[in-house]
Design a protein around this ligand. Sequence first.
Ligand SMILES: Nc1nc2c(c(=O)[nH]1)N[C@H]1C(S)=C(S)[C@@H](COP(=O)(O)O)O[C@H]1N2
Ligand SMILES: [Mo]
Length: 333
Amino acid sequence: MLIKSPPPKLLTEAHATPESAYVSRRTLIKGVGAGIGGLLLARNAQALDLFGADKPQAAPRKPLDFAADKPAPELALTPEAKVTTHNNFYEFGTGKTDPAEHSQQLKTEPWTLTVEGEVEKPGTVDVWKLMGEIGLEERIYRMRCVEAWSMVIPWVGFELGKFLKRFAPTSRAKYVAFETLYDPEQMPGQRNRYVGGGVDYPYVEGLRMDEAMHPLSILSVGLYGKTLPPQNGAPIRLVVPWKYGFKGIKSIVKIKLVEHMPPTSWNKLAPQEYGFFANVNPAVDHPRWSQASERFIGPGGLFSVKRQPTLPFNGYAEEVASLYSGMDLKKFY
Ligand SMILES: Nc1nc2c(c(=O)[nH]1)N[C@H]1C(S)=C(S)[C@@H](COP(=O)(O)O)O[C@H]1N2
Ligand SMILES: [Mo]
């Protein structure tokens, strides 16, 4: 099933303390809320060679077969070069350009994904085989990060809910817990807290069962028609377009269905700033930033970003607001 891209009213995401405490020089030059401390940290990490061998040539990406989505004609895509160079992936450093610079050696093949917990048929799948048989679709989604930037990205993937059903969730499955690869040899941020921004690795995330089963929630294996580059979470990552970017956990190796709300990495790091739900909400500010507007990174590039209002649920309210009816979204942020 293809989901029509929602209308093109775009918005923004505002950022978190720990995330903005370690910004790249590029971000600083851009003037997106950075501190001198962040600049010094980012530079020192480079100078001290905390990243190890640095071989920035791009890892090869393979073309994918998929059913193409139709973009709304007014919806400008973020250029591929921006999608793949302006990233958050703290396992490879906390600067926006660190993931592209330091992740190219990540070994993404072979890759297995284990599904366990409250399921009748637990199992481990070969992700590359899965890509060939599950039936991939393109989904053009608007994305929003807490740092107040937004993008529109043509993802390639499949519905998370459709995938989870293969493992026969039990009636006790109330939440879904996700885990990123833990491999300090390959991920400099896991070897060194200075590089990794203080995250307690492995990076973990979670969704409520109904959120996970919603047809907008996908596991992505590609963007712009090809397999994911490492910096965007190769070979498989979560994409939930009505939530802030940090919910989109990358390079997933484990999914566990559980009865109780699982811990999440950003919530553990700064609970007053990042909640479990993380629904894009212009009315709930990050403690130190307004979330009312966003900067769309479009074809004009980083220096001509367009400021636009943030939309409730990132523009997907019609599809997902009912999941939260009766909940106080100021309390459950
Ligand atoms: N494993 C892992 N997943 C992660 C992160 C991370 O640091 N580690 N950062 C998150 C954050 S804060 C954002 S905004 C998105 C960014 O995804 P993108 O670089 O593909 O735009 O990835 C999320 N997934
Ligand atoms: Mo983020």
